[in-house]
Design a protein around this ligand. Sequence first.
Ligand code: PMP
Length: 401
Amino acid sequence: ESLFHNVPLAPDVPVYAVMAAYKTDPSPNKLNLGIGVYRTEDGQPHMLNVVRRAEQMLVNELSVDKEYLPITGMAEFNKLSAKLVFGPESPAIKESRVTTVQCLSGTGSLRIGADFLGKHYHQHTVYLSQPTYGNHPNFFSAAGFALKTYRYYDAKTCGLDFQGLLDDLGSATTGAIVLLQASGHNPTGVDPTSQQWEQIRQLMRLKRLLPFFDCAYQGLVSGSPNADVEPVRMFVSDGGECLVAQSYSKTMGLYAERIGALHIVCKKAEVARCVESQLRLVIRPMYSSPPIHGASIVTTILRDRDMYNEWIIELKAMCDRIARVRQQLFDALHVRGTPGNWSHITRQVGMYTFSGLNEEQVAFMTKEYHIYMSSDGRINMAGLGSKTVPYLADAMHAAVT
Ligand code: PMP
């Protein structure tokens, strides 16, 4: 008898189960619109040219070594990452009120942030948007938080339930943490407008709710990293506190490098220093210090004006391609006379369309058309190309008629 005979079989993690099912499907028409990665027009993995160029430079750089980074990561990476989020002229940075630690991508940043809050913040309730990214609840339940939700998506309009959001945050427990997505909301593709963000900010500051921003798509929504992080900057410019989990997975196509950062904006430099000292104690028993390669790539790109500009041009091209397939899919459904109002396909932003297809319709599309996507109807638009749009439109048409 095994010492582990009591270990029960855990259910699959949905997004990985979809990926595995896709892999074993022998159909030549199969289409993977599940996991959130940006693909080329032909559905192939996408390496940014500027990333290739940075890697070549690093290979030839004799001063590069592989010794341990500090617990908090690469100092220059942290500085450049903070500037990317808060802006180069940010008073919070200049006043040393921002603590930044390099983390294992967005996931690691959220996890370290949640653990830090679990240990050092007085309120152990977190509010998540309804719906939200599937891994969000896990970070906070692992840190011992009570999970609550705030209304976000309105199925009738396929847009924002702004009144529901205001009502729920308005009646939230004072001091609670609110997880917000800076832009390109996953899974809905629905973001508040600037005016709505301003109202959210006022309400949250009034109720002393602590904002924790998940910033995984900065630049992949509008093509401008500055524009896509505007909500974060609004909250920082009022002088109040917040946390930001930043990821380079999607924005630089560095998924498997696991590179990102956690920023904690404080009211005073002394506080930021203490916060950083405690973050070190959270990180040390988990993985001691972060990996160096992704940080070197990002630093190489962000510190050089030409490489930065090259990145921006590539980001813009990625956004334009997503906008094109949005329009193509909308047009294809229109031509087919597919029942329903599909205007949300072009209204929603970022990588995802929250299609409104239900679980049965998605199951039908997988069975009959070998199209793989999350059961909530989320479509990764960046997995589509002009060649596959008609096939998806056929499948959606068949699913709803
Ligand atoms: N947050 C959001 C909103 C995401 O969509 C993702 C990736 N799907 C992540 C965080 C985490 O990704 P990573 O750890 O690769 O940054």
